[in-house]
Design a protein around this ligand. Structure first.
Ligand SMILES: CC(=O)SCCNC(=O)CCNC(=O)[C@H](O)C(C)(C)COP(=O)(O)OP(=O)(O)OC[C@H]1O[C@@H](n2cnc3c(N)ncnc32)[C@H](O)[C@@H]1OP(=O)(O)O
Ligand SMILES: O=C([O-])CC(=O)C(=O)O
Length: 373
């Protein structure tokens, strides 16, 4: 008989990885050995994606080559181009991304190969295409003319340009770039685990990241950032503390709080809180930031829970002018770099992921013919 399962696989070590590491007690996060506090604000998202997918922080020459590959990789295939308008009409943003990335897989030039060089190329293309897919989806549903990408701007800057229709201020692009760095990878989170389970059957990278997108979408994972903003919008700024206490007393979860691994402050939340404050001040209306601080105090006082990465990401994206229903797609823009790196790592040293289960159903039942049931 199988052992008792650990509900939710808490504390179960399900894979070996050289990509990221968390110290949940100390509230520390590392990408390939670099402390997130050293990377945030100093390393671009493109450098971070190179670090995760190709193993090192790039030299200037390596970054120029990788950057050129990302620019070439933005081009979408004809199937995707053709179907964006209809998908934008019928599907919510995360559903649309799940569909569009799946379609992109059907016309990827390396679609039939899991070879290491093919996976590296696919990882760059998927990372380059994800922000374009979000922007194209948004333009299709709003009827806006999509601004051309600007060769002077980074992935972060071009994303803000294409979503808001305005060339971003330098500081706004820097802040958004830092957000992308902070969300890039996070050990065996649910969506990454889903990607690795899929990849471990020796399925292809696009299938694995489609599984990951579907998993990120849920409100207990990446979907929480959108729910945080919806909560802030629904609350009366003068009644935040009481409303949060009432929700907790009613047994509701407050989105953006709590974490499976961190038992102290999520180190990414430290940066996001600071950036939210900066943008709130610059916007001239810090209501949502002040409400967030109040929520944080009440949730801590009542439950001893800390904000996770999704909590202050919500107000940062809001102040940057990103529509609320694109917050989780933004998470996927960043996490694509990590998912693809995990697929590369899984394929490089693979074994089928197939855990056991504890049977809790009935036994020794007697079969009866259909007419006698
Ligand atoms: C990028 C990310 O995925 S970060 C996480 C994003 N998700 C959210 O913000 C959703 C809200 N948070 C949660 O649902 C959880 O804290 C999770 C899913 C993140 C972690 O879940 P788990 O490790 O399984 O913890 P679990 O849900 O069992 O919570 C443990 C206890 O804390 C309580 N709790 C946990 N999070 C919250 C919360 N946000 N609000 C209120 N209570 C909470 C639970 O009700 C539970 O209480 P109980 O023991 O009295 O039943
Ligand atoms: O690690 C987790 O469980 C969730 C998380 O914070 C992430 O994916 O960034």
């Amino acid at each position: 008989m199988a052992d008792k399962p650990t509900k939710g696989l808490a504390d179960v070590v399900a894979a070996s990885t050289a990509l990221s590491d968390i110290d949940g007690k100390a509230g520390r996060l590392f990408y390939r050995g670099y402390d997130i506090h050293d990377l945030a604000g100093r390393t671009t998202f493109e450098e971070t994606a190179h670090l995760l997918q190709r193993g090192s922080l790039p030299s200037r020459a390596q970054l120029a080559d990788y950057g050129a590959e990302l620019v070439r990789g933005r081009a979408l295939g004809t199937l995707v181009e053709r179907d964006i308008p209809e998908i934008a009409e019928r599907q919510t943003p995360m559903e649309a991304l799940r569909t569009l990335v799946s379609l992109a897989g059907a016309e990827d030039p390396d679609k039939d190969s899991n070879a290491p060089e093919a996976n590296l190329r696919k990882a760059a293309r998927l990372t380059a295409q994800q922000p374009i897919l979000v922007a194209r989806y948004h333009a299709a549903r709003t009827g806006a003319t999509l601004p051309e990408t600007d060769p002077e701007l980074s992935i972060a800057g071009n994303f803000l340009l294409q979503i808001t229709g305005r060339r971003p201020e330098r500081r706004a692009a820097e802040i958004f770039d830092t957000c992308l760095v902070l969300h890039a990878d996070h050990t065996m989170n649910a969506s990454t685990f889903a990607a690795r389970v899929c990849a471990a059957t020796l399925s292809d990278m696009h299938s694995a990241v489609v599984a990951a997108i579907g998993t990120l979408k849920g409100p207990l994972h990446g979907g929480a950032n959108e729910q945080v903003m919806r909560t802030l919008e629904a609350l009366d700024p003068r009644g935040v503390a009481q409303a949060v206490r009432d929700r907790l007393a009613a047994g509701e979860k407050i989105m953006g709080f709590g974490h499976r691994v961190y038992k102290t402050e999520d180190p990414r939340a430290t940066h996001l809180r600071r950036m939210s404050e900066e943008l709130a001040e610059a916007s001239g209306d810090d209501t949502y930031y002040r409400m967030s601080r109040e929520m944080e105090e009440v949730v801590f006082a009542e439950k001893r829970l800390y904000p996770n990465v999704d909590f202050y990401a919500a107000t940062v994206y809001h102040y940057l002018g990103i529509p609320t229903d694109l917050f989780t797609p933004v998470f996927s823009v960043s996490r694509m770099s990590g998912w693809t790196a995990h697929v590369i790592e899984q394929h490089a040293d693979n074994r089928l992921i197939r855990p056991d289960s504890e049977y809790i159903g009935e036994r020794d039942r007697k079969w009866v013919p259909i007419g006698e049931r």
